[in-house]
Structures are given as C-alpha cells and as structure tokens.
Ligand binder design. Structure first.
Ligand SMILES: Nc1ncnc2c1ncn2[C@@H]1O[C@H](COP(=O)(O)OP(=O)(O)OP(=O)(O)O)[C@@H](O)[C@H]1O
Length: 305
C-alpha cells in the first residue's frame, strides 16, 4: 500500500450526522492523529475504516482507487479499541493465542509480542488479575500481533503508566521506521505532540484543521514567550531591558533579577532578536517557548465556532 485516503465521508446514525464531508490522507511512514472534543466524530472515522459503519457518502481510497472494506483490507489492519475487554479467565498468553489462531499468526509471534509489550513475566497470569495498564498493553499486543500494515489505535494512552507509554512509543517508532500507516485518536495532546506527524482536528463531525503540529501552531498565530537570562555584570543589560520596554510590540513583560520574559507575536521574534543583537553582551542565554498543542487546539476549536 502506498496511499490511504478518506474522501468526503458523510456518516449518519439515524438523525445524527456524525461526519459531514470529512476527507484527509493517512500518511505513510507517519502518525496521523484524530483530535477533537467528545462527539466530534473520531471513533466514527475509525468505524468506517473497520467496516463497522457505512458512509452515506464518500469512500475509502487506497492507492488512488476507491476501495471497499473487504476481508483482504481488514487483514491489513491492527486495531486497539477505546475500551479493551478480554475473557477474564484466560491468561495473557492464551488471549494472544486465541487472536493468533483467528488471524493465522504463527505461534512464535506470541512470545515476541509478549516481550514487546512487557508482559512475558505476567503471561501465565489470568487477565482477571491484570491492572488497567496491563490490559491496555495486552490490547496493543493484539493490535500488533499480525504485524499489520495499518495500525489503528483508539485512545491508546488510556491507563498506561510511564513504562506502558514507553511500550507504546516504541511501537509507534517501529511503525514509522517500517514506513507503514498509523491512525490514532487521542485527547492527550501534550503527550502526543512530539510523536504525531499530522493532526486532523474534528469538531461536530466537520474537519476544522489538518496539518503538522507546526502548521497548526502557525495557523493560530498565538503569542510566543522569549526568556532571556541577563548578564548582571554587563553594562549593556539595563540598556537592553530599557530597549525592550520601549519597543512597543511587547504583549506582556516580566523582569525579575537577571531574567527577562517577554510575550510577543510570533512575527515579531526577528525584531526582538535585532534588539538583542544591538546589546549582545547583555544576554547570557535565550529560550523561546512556543504555545503547547493544548493551547493551539483550544484556539483552533474556538475559531471554528
Ligand atoms: N451508535 C450511535 N447511534 C447514534 N449516534 C451515535 C452513535 N455513535 C455515535 N453517535 C453520535 O455520533 C457523533 C460522533 O460520535 P463519535 O463516537 O464518533 O465521537 P468521538 O469524537 O469519537 O467522541 P469521544 O471523544 O467521546 O469518543 C456524536 O454526536 C455521537 O453522539
């Protein structure tokens, strides 16, 4: 598979329009994230890909051609549902063995996956005694069992502790490195910011933004914060502080001891650096803080109305 695209999807659940003309590509070798508030339509996108709901309009397009959700398509998928549930009286290994049989996966793969999800030692314990994080890891194990070309993860961070998150990040890295497809939905923007390559932001069934985290940040034009550590011994330090004070483009300024923190429009960064360059000896260190993805998300949703 070289390309996967969702083309103008409209999905209705009786009177409820869950998706309204939503289309976007799922990046090969990247991680596409579905974001948006409750009820935005994230799970519905996933349900279309799994063949659980049929769109009223629009289609799945694979390698440039309209494609049905056939058995051959489903065999290419690995899926982690939002709420994982297992037969409680089976062990972790037995659960994986059950799914391995169903998917025709060789037995040896079960041990590889148990190791990958960090459950080798707990493999003989009944799922009944598993913690929420262990269950989530087992769900991830089922998703990667058949080494799928396309991994679909609905809220994968749910219940994971730091060790579980490391398992998840390793899996995501592996899928990127193998140049495969990953689509995940998450409410955890701060956690996901460094991991996802493209974000598809939905609101009330409509696509309200699509792009890399950087592109989305650029769209919002939210202020950035620049922090200067001043050199107290430099005669230029008070001149630099005065120059910034008098500059007129500052949204917010905080000057305490040897620290000057300035909030500005992103476009004003170069002018601020010019002021700094005129007083180069005044500054020991500079840090630019961009708004987090959570703020970008709030801003884009507000703009969408
Ligand atoms: N089986 C259903 N019958 C009727 N309406 C439904 C059904 N499933 C979802 N909906 C509605 O469709 C819309 C989209 O729901 P969906 O579950 O796709 O949202 P979501 O973004 O995944 O939400 P969440 O973040 O809460 O999981 C919502 O208005 C929801 O109430």
């Amino acid at each position: 598979m070289e390309t996967i695209e969702l083309d103008h999807l409209t999905v209705d659940y009786r009177a409820v329009r869950a998706l309204d003309d939503v289309g976007f590509p799922i990046e090969k070798g990247g991680i596409t994230m579905l974001a948006g508030p409750n009820g935005a339509g994230k799970s519905t996108v996933i349900r279309v890909l799994l063949g659980l709901v049929r769109p009223a309009r629009g289609r799945l397009v694979v390698d440039g051609k309209p494609a049905g959700v056939t058995n051959a398509w489903k065999e290419r998928l690995g899926y982690l549902p939002e709420a994982v549930a297992f037969a409680e009286n089976l062990s972790g290994r037995q659960v994986l063995a059950f799914f391995a049989r169903a998917r025709g996966v060789p037995k040896q793969r079960i041990e590889v996956v148990l190791d990958r999800i960090g459950l080798s030692e707990a493999a003989t314990r009944k799922v009944r005694g598993y913690s929420r994080g262990m269950r989530q890891r087992l769900g991830l194990g089922i998703a990667i069992l058949a080494d799928p070309e396309f991994l679909i993860l609905d809220e994968p961070t749910g219940g994971l502790d730091q060790e579980g998150l490391t398992v998840l990040w390793d899996i995501l890295r592996e899928w990127r490195e193998k140049d495969r497809f990953v689509l995940l939905s998450s409410h955890d923007l701060t956690l996901m910011e460094q991991r996802v390559s493209r974000i598809c932001l939905l609101k009330q069934g409509q696509l309200c933004a699509l792009g890399t985290p950087e592109e989305l940040r650029f769209m919002t034009r939210l202020p950035i914060r620049v922090k200067f550590q001043l050199d107290a011994a430099s005669e230029e330090a008070p001149i630099f502080v005065d120059d910034v004070h008098n500059w007129g483009q500052v949204i917010c300024l905080d000057h305490r001891d040897n620290h000057l923190s300035v909030e500005i429009e992103p476009d004003d960064l170069l002018s601020l650096m010019d002021i700094r360059n005129r007083n180069a000896a005044a500054v020991k260190r500079i840090r630019v803080e961009e708004p987090g993805l959570d703020l970008v998300y709030d801003s884009l949703l507000k703009k969408a109305g």
